[in-house]
Design a protein around this ligand. Structure first.
Ligand code: GDD
Ligand code: MN
Length: 370
Protein backbone atom coordinates (compact mmCIF):
# COMPACT_ATOMS: atom_id res chain seq x y z
CA UNK A 1 0.00 0.00 0.00
CA UNK A 2 2.90 2.30 0.72
CA UNK A 3 3.47 2.57 -3.01
CA UNK A 4 -0.02 3.79 -3.82
CA UNK A 5 -0.55 7.50 -4.03
CA UNK A 6 -3.37 9.86 -4.90
CA UNK A 7 -2.33 13.18 -6.44
CA UNK A 8 -4.97 15.80 -5.67
CA UNK A 9 -5.06 18.70 -8.12
CA UNK A 10 -7.52 21.60 -7.76
CA UNK A 11 -8.36 23.23 -11.07
CA UNK A 12 -10.12 26.29 -12.27
CA UNK A 13 -9.75 27.12 -15.97
CA UNK A 14 -6.54 25.21 -16.62
CA UNK A 15 -7.45 23.81 -20.05
CA UNK A 16 -3.97 24.11 -21.58
CA UNK A 17 -2.08 22.82 -18.56
CA UNK A 18 -3.82 19.50 -17.96
CA UNK A 19 -2.19 17.34 -20.62
CA UNK A 20 1.44 18.40 -20.02
CA UNK A 21 0.82 18.10 -16.27
CA UNK A 22 -0.53 14.56 -16.50
CA UNK A 23 2.31 13.51 -18.81
CA UNK A 24 4.95 14.90 -16.46
CA UNK A 25 3.41 13.39 -13.35
CA UNK A 26 3.15 9.97 -14.91
CA UNK A 27 6.79 10.13 -15.98
CA UNK A 28 8.02 11.22 -12.59
CA UNK A 29 6.20 8.61 -10.51
CA UNK A 30 6.15 5.63 -12.81
CA UNK A 31 7.39 3.37 -10.00
CA UNK A 32 4.25 4.11 -7.97
CA UNK A 33 0.72 2.92 -8.29
CA UNK A 34 -1.09 6.23 -8.59
CA UNK A 35 -4.24 8.10 -9.49
CA UNK A 36 -4.58 11.79 -10.30
CA UNK A 37 -7.74 13.24 -8.81
CA UNK A 38 -8.79 16.61 -10.18
CA UNK A 39 -11.28 18.77 -8.31
CA UNK A 40 -12.63 21.22 -10.82
CA UNK A 41 -14.93 24.07 -9.88
CA UNK A 42 -17.01 23.98 -13.03
CA UNK A 43 -14.36 25.65 -15.19
CA UNK A 44 -15.81 27.41 -18.21
CA UNK A 45 -12.89 26.56 -20.52
CA UNK A 46 -13.48 22.83 -20.83
CA UNK A 47 -10.90 21.72 -18.27
CA UNK A 48 -13.04 18.77 -17.13
CA UNK A 49 -13.47 17.64 -20.74
CA UNK A 50 -9.71 17.50 -21.27
CA UNK A 51 -9.34 15.37 -18.15
CA UNK A 52 -12.12 13.02 -19.27
CA UNK A 53 -10.41 12.60 -22.64
CA UNK A 54 -7.19 11.46 -20.91
CA UNK A 55 -8.95 8.67 -19.03
CA UNK A 56 -8.19 6.03 -21.63
CA UNK A 57 -4.44 6.59 -21.37
CA UNK A 58 -3.90 7.66 -17.74
CA UNK A 59 -5.34 6.90 -14.27
CA UNK A 60 -7.14 10.23 -13.95
CA UNK A 61 -10.46 11.15 -12.34
CA UNK A 62 -12.30 14.42 -12.12
CA UNK A 63 -14.88 15.60 -9.65
CA UNK A 64 -16.73 18.70 -10.81
CA UNK A 65 -18.13 20.91 -8.05
CA UNK A 66 -20.96 23.22 -8.90
CA UNK A 67 -22.16 24.17 -5.46
CA UNK A 68 -18.89 25.38 -4.00
CA UNK A 69 -15.77 27.28 -5.04
CA UNK A 70 -12.29 27.79 -3.66
CA UNK A 71 -8.87 26.21 -3.87
CA UNK A 72 -8.53 25.02 -0.27
CA UNK A 73 -12.00 23.53 0.01
CA UNK A 74 -11.46 21.80 -3.34
CA UNK A 75 -8.40 20.10 -1.86
CA UNK A 76 -10.46 18.98 1.15
CA UNK A 77 -12.90 17.44 -1.31
CA UNK A 78 -9.91 15.68 -2.85
CA UNK A 79 -8.85 14.35 0.57
CA UNK A 80 -12.33 12.94 1.09
CA UNK A 81 -12.32 11.17 -2.24
CA UNK A 82 -8.71 10.00 -2.45
CA UNK A 83 -8.42 6.23 -2.86
CA UNK A 84 -4.96 5.87 -1.35
CA UNK A 85 -3.43 6.54 2.07
CA UNK A 86 -0.61 8.56 0.63
CA UNK A 87 -1.74 11.91 -0.77
CA UNK A 88 0.08 14.60 -2.74
CA UNK A 89 -1.42 18.05 -3.33
CA UNK A 90 -0.22 20.24 -6.18
CA UNK A 91 -1.34 22.98 -8.55
CA UNK A 92 -2.31 22.25 -12.14
CA UNK A 93 -0.40 25.13 -13.71
CA UNK A 94 3.07 23.50 -13.64
CA UNK A 95 4.37 26.02 -11.13
CA UNK A 96 4.90 22.97 -8.91
CA UNK A 97 7.42 20.79 -10.79
CA UNK A 98 6.15 17.18 -10.89
CA UNK A 99 9.77 15.97 -10.83
CA UNK A 100 9.83 16.85 -7.14
CA UNK A 101 7.01 14.45 -6.20
CA UNK A 102 9.33 11.44 -5.68
CA UNK A 103 11.38 13.51 -3.21
CA UNK A 104 8.25 14.38 -1.26
CA UNK A 105 7.30 10.71 -1.15
CA UNK A 106 10.84 9.74 -0.12
CA UNK A 107 10.60 12.16 2.79
CA UNK A 108 7.40 10.43 3.89
CA UNK A 109 8.99 7.02 3.49
CA UNK A 110 11.83 8.35 5.64
CA UNK A 111 9.48 8.96 8.54
CA UNK A 112 7.82 12.32 7.93
CA UNK A 113 4.03 12.52 8.22
CA UNK A 114 3.89 15.68 6.13
CA UNK A 115 6.44 16.67 3.47
CA UNK A 116 6.28 20.21 2.18
CA UNK A 117 7.62 21.46 -1.15
CA UNK A 118 9.34 24.56 0.12
CA UNK A 119 10.52 27.80 -1.45
CA UNK A 120 12.18 28.92 1.75
CA UNK A 121 14.75 26.24 2.47
CA UNK A 122 18.18 26.24 0.75
CA UNK A 123 17.75 25.21 -2.87
CA UNK A 124 14.18 26.47 -3.05
CA UNK A 125 12.92 29.77 -4.37
CA UNK A 126 10.77 31.79 -6.68
CA UNK A 127 13.19 34.01 -8.57
CA UNK A 128 10.71 35.33 -11.06
CA UNK A 129 8.49 36.93 -8.47
CA UNK A 130 8.16 40.68 -8.20
CA UNK A 131 9.51 42.35 -5.08
CA UNK A 132 5.97 43.11 -4.00
CA UNK A 133 4.76 39.53 -4.25
CA UNK A 134 7.84 38.32 -2.36
CA UNK A 135 7.16 40.87 0.36
CA UNK A 136 3.49 39.85 0.58
CA UNK A 137 4.49 36.21 0.82
CA UNK A 138 6.98 36.91 3.63
CA UNK A 139 4.48 39.13 5.44
CA UNK A 140 1.82 36.43 5.24
CA UNK A 141 4.22 33.89 6.75
CA UNK A 142 5.22 36.29 9.51
CA UNK A 143 1.58 36.87 10.45
CA UNK A 144 0.90 33.14 10.52
CA UNK A 145 3.96 32.55 12.68
CA UNK A 146 2.78 35.12 15.17
CA UNK A 147 -0.82 33.94 15.35
CA UNK A 148 -0.26 30.19 15.01
CA UNK A 149 2.82 28.60 16.58
CA UNK A 150 2.28 25.40 14.61
CA UNK A 151 2.87 27.29 11.37
CA UNK A 152 6.47 27.53 12.54
CA UNK A 153 6.96 23.81 12.09
CA UNK A 154 8.00 24.53 8.51
CA UNK A 155 9.59 27.46 6.70
CA UNK A 156 6.95 27.57 3.96
CA UNK A 157 3.51 27.00 5.54
CA UNK A 158 1.90 28.76 2.55
CA UNK A 159 3.04 26.22 0.00
CA UNK A 160 0.36 24.56 -2.07
CA UNK A 161 2.68 21.63 -2.89
CA UNK A 162 2.95 18.87 -0.29
CA UNK A 163 2.52 15.20 0.54
CA UNK A 164 0.92 13.66 3.59
CA UNK A 165 -0.26 10.44 5.12
CA UNK A 166 -4.01 10.19 5.29
CA UNK A 167 -3.93 9.62 9.05
CA UNK A 168 -2.74 13.23 9.51
CA UNK A 169 -6.17 14.52 8.51
CA UNK A 170 -8.35 11.56 9.39
CA UNK A 171 -11.09 12.58 11.82
CA UNK A 172 -10.03 16.23 11.62
CA UNK A 173 -12.70 18.69 10.56
CA UNK A 174 -10.98 20.81 7.93
CA UNK A 175 -12.83 23.99 7.10
CA UNK A 176 -10.45 26.33 5.28
CA UNK A 177 -11.27 29.63 3.64
CA UNK A 178 -9.36 30.72 0.54
CA UNK A 179 -6.03 29.34 -0.62
CA UNK A 180 -3.93 28.10 2.26
CA UNK A 181 -4.85 24.48 2.69
CA UNK A 182 -1.44 23.50 4.06
CA UNK A 183 -1.79 25.97 6.91
CA UNK A 184 -5.06 24.31 7.91
CA UNK A 185 -3.37 20.90 7.85
CA UNK A 186 -0.35 22.06 9.85
CA UNK A 187 -2.47 23.74 12.53
CA UNK A 188 -5.24 21.16 12.93
CA UNK A 189 -3.71 17.91 11.64
CA UNK A 190 -2.22 15.07 13.71
CA UNK A 191 1.42 14.61 12.89
CA UNK A 192 4.80 14.28 14.56
CA UNK A 193 7.28 15.02 11.86
CA UNK A 194 7.09 17.62 9.12
CA UNK A 195 9.85 17.63 6.49
CA UNK A 196 10.68 20.14 3.77
CA UNK A 197 11.93 19.53 0.26
CA UNK A 198 13.25 22.54 -1.66
CA UNK A 199 11.76 23.41 -5.03
CA UNK A 200 11.79 26.31 -7.45
CA UNK A 201 8.36 27.84 -7.92
CA UNK A 202 8.07 27.93 -11.72
CA UNK A 203 6.73 30.64 -13.96
CA UNK A 204 3.13 30.19 -15.06
CA UNK A 205 3.07 29.77 -18.84
CA UNK A 206 -0.61 29.09 -19.55
CA UNK A 207 -3.73 30.61 -18.08
CA UNK A 208 -3.57 33.05 -15.22
CA UNK A 209 -3.27 33.15 -11.43
CA UNK A 210 -6.48 33.47 -9.47
CA UNK A 211 -4.73 35.02 -6.48
CA UNK A 212 -6.08 38.55 -6.06
CA UNK A 213 -6.68 41.16 -3.39
CA UNK A 214 -9.80 39.37 -2.26
CA UNK A 215 -7.63 36.33 -1.53
CA UNK A 216 -5.45 38.44 0.78
CA UNK A 217 -8.55 39.37 2.72
CA UNK A 218 -9.74 35.77 2.77
CA UNK A 219 -6.34 34.84 4.11
CA UNK A 220 -6.78 37.15 7.10
CA UNK A 221 -10.22 35.65 7.74
CA UNK A 222 -8.72 32.19 7.53
CA UNK A 223 -5.99 33.12 10.04
CA UNK A 224 -8.58 34.49 12.47
CA UNK A 225 -10.71 31.39 12.15
CA UNK A 226 -7.72 29.09 12.64
CA UNK A 227 -6.53 30.98 15.69
CA UNK A 228 -9.96 30.53 17.25
CA UNK A 229 -10.36 26.89 16.24
CA UNK A 230 -6.87 25.92 17.38
CA UNK A 231 -7.30 27.57 20.78
CA UNK A 232 -4.54 30.13 20.18
CA UNK A 233 -6.96 33.02 20.49
CA UNK A 234 -8.19 31.68 23.84
CA UNK A 235 -4.57 31.44 24.92
CA UNK A 236 -4.02 35.08 24.05
CA UNK A 237 -7.10 36.06 26.06
CA UNK A 238 -5.81 34.09 29.04
CA UNK A 239 -2.49 35.91 28.77
CA UNK A 240 -4.41 39.22 28.83
CA UNK A 241 -6.33 38.13 31.91
CA UNK A 242 -3.15 37.10 33.71
CA UNK A 243 -1.58 40.42 32.72
CA UNK A 244 -4.50 42.27 34.29
CA UNK A 245 -4.13 40.26 37.48
CA UNK A 246 -0.45 41.23 37.50
CA UNK A 247 -1.38 44.90 37.44
CA UNK A 248 -3.53 44.33 40.54
CA UNK A 249 -0.75 42.45 42.34
CA UNK A 250 1.81 45.10 41.41
CA UNK A 251 -0.37 47.99 42.46
CA UNK A 252 -1.89 46.31 45.55
CA UNK A 253 1.43 45.21 46.93
CA UNK A 254 2.93 48.66 46.43
CA UNK A 255 -0.03 50.09 48.32
CA UNK A 256 0.33 47.62 51.22
CA UNK A 257 4.10 48.08 51.47
CA UNK A 258 3.97 51.86 51.49
CA UNK A 259 0.83 52.33 53.56
CA UNK A 260 1.13 49.52 56.13
CA UNK A 261 4.64 48.08 56.03
CA UNK A 262 6.76 51.12 56.70
CA UNK A 263 8.10 51.83 53.20
CA UNK A 264 7.97 55.43 52.04
CA UNK A 265 5.87 56.28 48.98
CA UNK A 266 8.14 57.09 46.01
CA UNK A 267 6.82 60.64 46.08
CA UNK A 268 8.14 61.11 49.61
CA UNK A 269 11.80 61.91 49.05
CA UNK A 270 12.38 63.46 52.48
CA UNK A 271 14.43 60.46 53.60
CA UNK A 272 15.91 59.58 50.20
CA UNK A 273 14.49 57.72 47.17
CA UNK A 274 15.61 54.25 48.20
CA UNK A 275 12.72 53.08 50.38
CA UNK A 276 9.94 53.80 47.90
CA UNK A 277 11.82 52.27 45.03
CA UNK A 278 12.57 49.12 46.98
CA UNK A 279 8.81 48.79 47.59
CA UNK A 280 8.16 49.33 43.90
CA UNK A 281 10.80 46.81 42.84
CA UNK A 282 9.41 44.18 45.23
CA UNK A 283 5.92 44.83 43.84
CA UNK A 284 7.03 44.53 40.23
CA UNK A 285 9.02 41.36 40.80
CA UNK A 286 6.19 39.78 42.78
CA UNK A 287 3.76 40.47 39.96
CA UNK A 288 6.20 38.99 37.46
CA UNK A 289 6.33 35.83 39.57
CA UNK A 290 2.56 35.57 40.04
CA UNK A 291 2.12 36.18 36.32
CA UNK A 292 4.62 33.47 35.59
CA UNK A 293 2.91 30.93 37.82
CA UNK A 294 -0.53 31.68 36.39
CA UNK A 295 0.74 31.55 32.82
CA UNK A 296 2.59 28.33 33.48
CA UNK A 297 -0.40 26.48 34.92
CA UNK A 298 -3.21 28.25 33.09
CA UNK A 299 -2.24 29.97 29.83
CA UNK A 300 0.41 27.45 28.80
CA UNK A 301 -0.69 24.42 30.84
CA UNK A 302 -0.31 22.30 27.69
CA UNK A 303 3.37 23.20 27.43
CA UNK A 304 4.24 22.88 31.08
CA UNK A 305 6.99 20.28 30.70
CA UNK A 306 10.35 19.33 32.17
CA UNK A 307 9.54 19.07 35.88
CA UNK A 308 11.12 21.51 38.31
CA UNK A 309 14.15 22.13 36.06
CA UNK A 310 11.89 23.20 33.22
CA UNK A 311 9.78 25.30 35.55
CA UNK A 312 12.81 27.14 36.86
CA UNK A 313 14.35 27.69 33.45
CA UNK A 314 11.07 29.17 32.23
CA UNK A 315 10.87 31.39 35.28
CA UNK A 316 14.29 32.87 34.42
CA UNK A 317 13.31 33.31 30.75
CA UNK A 318 10.03 34.92 31.66
CA UNK A 319 11.73 37.31 34.05
CA UNK A 320 14.32 38.41 31.50
CA UNK A 321 11.74 38.89 28.77
CA UNK A 322 9.47 40.91 31.07
CA UNK A 323 12.35 43.11 32.22
CA UNK A 324 13.33 43.82 28.62
CA UNK A 325 9.62 44.41 27.98
CA UNK A 326 9.64 47.02 30.75
CA UNK A 327 12.61 48.76 29.15
CA UNK A 328 10.89 48.65 25.77
CA UNK A 329 7.81 50.21 27.35
CA UNK A 330 9.88 53.05 28.79
CA UNK A 331 11.75 53.52 25.51
CA UNK A 332 8.63 53.56 23.36
CA UNK A 333 6.76 55.90 25.71
CA UNK A 334 9.68 58.34 25.64
CA UNK A 335 10.08 58.03 21.90
CA UNK A 336 6.46 59.00 21.32
CA UNK A 337 6.21 61.63 24.04
CA UNK A 338 9.60 63.31 23.67
CA UNK A 339 10.62 62.73 20.06
CA UNK A 340 7.20 62.69 18.35
CA UNK A 341 5.54 65.07 20.81
CA UNK A 342 2.56 62.78 21.42
CA UNK A 343 0.40 63.37 24.52
CA UNK A 344 2.06 61.50 27.40
CA UNK A 345 -0.98 59.38 28.33
CA UNK A 346 -1.22 58.15 24.76
CA UNK A 347 2.54 57.62 24.60
CA UNK A 348 2.47 55.50 27.75
CA UNK A 349 -0.44 53.48 26.37
CA UNK A 350 1.44 52.80 23.12
CA UNK A 351 4.39 51.68 25.24
CA UNK A 352 2.18 49.31 27.22
CA UNK A 353 0.61 47.77 24.11
CA UNK A 354 3.95 47.21 22.39
CA UNK A 355 5.56 45.77 25.52
CA UNK A 356 2.52 43.55 25.98
CA UNK A 357 2.90 42.05 22.49
CA UNK A 358 6.61 41.70 23.07
CA UNK A 359 5.92 39.75 26.26
CA UNK A 360 3.27 37.58 24.64
CA UNK A 361 5.18 36.68 21.51
CA UNK A 362 8.58 36.17 23.07
CA UNK A 363 7.21 34.07 25.91
CA UNK A 364 5.04 32.11 23.53
CA UNK A 365 8.02 31.22 21.36
CA UNK A 366 10.89 31.10 23.82
CA UNK A 367 9.64 30.44 27.33
CA UNK A 368 6.82 27.99 26.64
CA UNK A 369 8.34 26.61 23.47
CA UNK A 370 6.27 24.14 21.53
N1 GDD B 1 -11.05 23.87 -7.73
C1 GDD B 1 -10.51 25.11 -7.67
N2 GDD B 1 -11.29 26.16 -7.26
N3 GDD B 1 -9.24 25.29 -8.02
C2 GDD B 1 -8.72 26.54 -7.97
C3 GDD B 1 -9.46 27.66 -7.53
C4 GDD B 1 -10.83 27.44 -7.18
O1 GDD B 1 -11.56 28.35 -6.78
N4 GDD B 1 -8.65 28.76 -7.59
C5 GDD B 1 -7.47 28.32 -8.04
N5 GDD B 1 -7.50 26.99 -8.27
C6 GDD B 1 -6.43 26.12 -8.76
C7 GDD B 1 -5.76 26.60 -10.02
O2 GDD B 1 -6.40 26.13 -11.17
C8 GDD B 1 -4.36 26.03 -9.84
O3 GDD B 1 -4.30 24.69 -10.24
C9 GDD B 1 -4.13 26.10 -8.36
O4 GDD B 1 -5.42 26.10 -7.76
C10 GDD B 1 -3.34 27.35 -7.94
O5 GDD B 1 -4.02 28.51 -8.37
P1 GDD B 1 -3.24 29.81 -8.88
O6 GDD B 1 -4.24 30.83 -9.16
O7 GDD B 1 -2.28 29.45 -9.94
O8 GDD B 1 -2.47 30.19 -7.56
P2 GDD B 1 -1.07 30.93 -7.36
O9 GDD B 1 -0.06 30.42 -8.32
O10 GDD B 1 -1.30 32.38 -7.32
O11 GDD B 1 -0.76 30.42 -5.89
C11 GDD B 1 -0.07 29.23 -5.65
O12 GDD B 1 1.07 29.54 -4.94
C12 GDD B 1 0.86 29.98 -3.63
C13 GDD B 1 2.19 30.24 -2.98
O13 GDD B 1 2.61 31.47 -3.34
C14 GDD B 1 -0.93 28.22 -4.87
O14 GDD B 1 -0.24 27.00 -4.82
C15 GDD B 1 -1.17 28.60 -3.47
O15 GDD B 1 -1.78 27.53 -2.75
C16 GDD B 1 0.14 28.93 -2.83
O16 GDD B 1 -0.10 29.40 -1.53
MN1 MN C 1 -0.24 29.28 -9.94
Amino acid sequence: MENSVTIVVPTYNEHDNITPLVEKISKSISRYDYEILFIDDASSDGTAGVIESLKTSYPVRVIVRRDEKGLASAVVKGFENARHDLIVVMDADLQHPPEIIPQLLDAIAGGADVAVGSRYVPGGGCDEWSGLRKLLSRGAILLANMALPKARRVKDPMSGFFALKRKVIEGVRLDPIGYKILLEVLVLGNYNQAAEVPFQFQLREQGKSKLDLNQQYEYLRHLARLSIRSGEFARFMKFCLVGASGVLVNYGLYWILTRFAGFNPISDTSSGVLSGNIALTISIETSIITNFILNNFFTFSDRNVGGFGGFFKRLVHFNLICIIGGLIQIGVANLFAVVFGVNDLIAVLIGIVIAFFWNYLLNNYLTWKK
